[in-house]
Design a binder for this molecule. Sequence first.
Ligand code: RB5
Length: 144
Amino acid sequence: MTKTLIIGCDHGGLALKIALKPRLEELGLEVRDLGTHTAESCDYPNIAKEVCKAVLEEESALGLLICGTGLGMSMTANRFEGIRAAVCTNEYMARMARAHNNANVLCLGERTTGPGLAQSVLEAFLEAQFEGGRHLRRINLMDQ
Ligand code: RB5
């Protein structure tokens, strides 16, 4: 399982981030929380950018971005070359995002995914392994 998880949220994802954090620590992950830390309204692209830069700096790190829907975070994150961010609303999507797409950032929506399901989605994402092979060829085609 990946050891470093770099996390971030906007005000729309703060409560879910707070709900998930104890489980992340229980799993023995090194969690780096880049904010936001208050309920004050803020702009999700700024947080997404910081998390993506940090993920790109550390080869085996994964990212977790949470906003109201996960959508704005994923749109911002996917502008970075080398970031493959996936909004996942169930465990199957999370498993496939890693196994077939080698996603390195999981995006969750606090307003779309309850905390229990979000935790299962996150665990499925963390446990899954990239299968490589034809999936690597397809990922490489994304940037050609
Ligand atoms: C904030 O209200 C909301 O727009 C944001 O959290 C996110 O859902 C954007 O995609």
